[in-house]
Design a protein around this ligand. Structure first.
Ligand SMILES: O=c1ccn([C@@H]2O[C@H](COP(=O)(O)OP(=O)(O)O)[C@@H](O)[C@H]2O)c(=O)[nH]1
Ligand SMILES: O=C(O)[C@@H](COP(=O)(O)O)O[C@H]1O[C@H](CO)[C@@H](O)[C@H](O)[C@H]1O
Length: 246
């Protein structure tokens, strides 16, 4: 059984689109259930979703009322409590995807793959060019390279558009905030090898772009995961300082 969830914190402007997306995906039989995973919105997101007929799960109810520490905390709570064996996550603010994107993610979720990352090329409306996310380019991929991870070859390591095999990821040690994506990659690689992760191309997307101050918070949390992984490798581990240079 397959669940589609939109992790959302204060995403009211996107709710009508998400409700229509969810209805289409269920009607097409691509997923069995779809819901908005609310992380404690204060802008009326859950109420608006309910009015549009989109099921809402308050992530705080999944943690016994404990305050949430971020997206990773909400997603981990859903992973621990769902009885669906496949979960598709799509960021609530990402526009440009279609039901076919979900189909493509799920089609690649066959053993030994436990996590399929959707490559989300950002469409820059000003120039018409596409690129990956800034934290992916500047923090996550360099960190994966320095850690010697085979996953450094991923094109969009921090993509929030993913399909996962729930039993393979539900007890992984996941970062409670924006480090969720990198922590899931590294924990899966450690347990099952890099072959547990696959990537598929999705449509070019548009989403809200944080300014540098906001993005620094994301980068810090992603870096915290990388530093934790480095520490776990022990004193004998040394990064190759110039892995890319001739
Ligand atoms: O505490 C949080 C923070 C973010 N999000 C959601 O996680 C997704 C990705 O977050 P955001 O857009 O802030 O990250 P970005 O993609 O801009 O780095 C979005 O759907 C957010 O609404 C969440 O559910 N809980
Ligand atoms: O990669 C990134 O730099 C950020 C921001 O992307 P942009 O440079 O604003 O397109 O977005 C990603 O990282 C977040 C934190 O892990 C994820 O939650 C997003 O889904 C992902 O798109």
């Amino acid at each position: 059984m397959t669940l589609l969830a939109f992790p959302a914190l204060d995403e009211a402007p996107h709710v009508a689109r998400l409700a229509a997306f969810a209805a289409d995906a269920v009607a097409a039989g691509v997923v069995d259930r779809a819901l908005l995973l609310d992380g404690g919105s204060r802008d009326g997101t859950p109420q608006l979703a309910a009015r549009h007929g989109l099921e809402v799960v308050d992530a705080r109810a999944l943690t016994g009322g404990r305050a949430l520490r971020g997206k990773g905390d909400a997603v981990a709570a859903l992973l621990r409590t769902t009885d669906h064996d496949r979960l598709v996550l799509l960021d609530a603010d990402v526009e440009g995807l279609a039901t076919a994107s979900v189909t493509r993610l799920l089609a690649a979720l066959t053993r030994p793959v436990a996590l399929v990352k959707g490559v989300c090329r950002r469409l820059d409306p000003a120039t018409g060019t596409v690129r990956s996310g800034r934290v992916s380019e500047l923090v996550a991929r360099p960190a994966l390279e320095l850690l010697g991870s085979r996953l450094a070859g991923l094109r969009d390591p921090l993509s929030g558009q993913v399909a996962v095999h729930v039993p393979s990821v539900r007890d992984l040690d996941l970062h409670p905030g924006y480090g969720l994506e990198l922590s899931m990659l590294l924990a899966l690689e450690q347990r099952h090898g890099a072959g547990a992760v696959a990537e598929v191309d999705l449509e070019p997307i548009a989403h809200r772009h944080k300014d540098v101050d906001e993005l620094a918070v994301v980068a810090r949390e992603v870096l915290a995961v990388a530093l934790g992984a480095a520490a776990a490798r022990g004193a004998s581990w040394r990064p190759d300082p110039d892995p890319e240079r001739p």
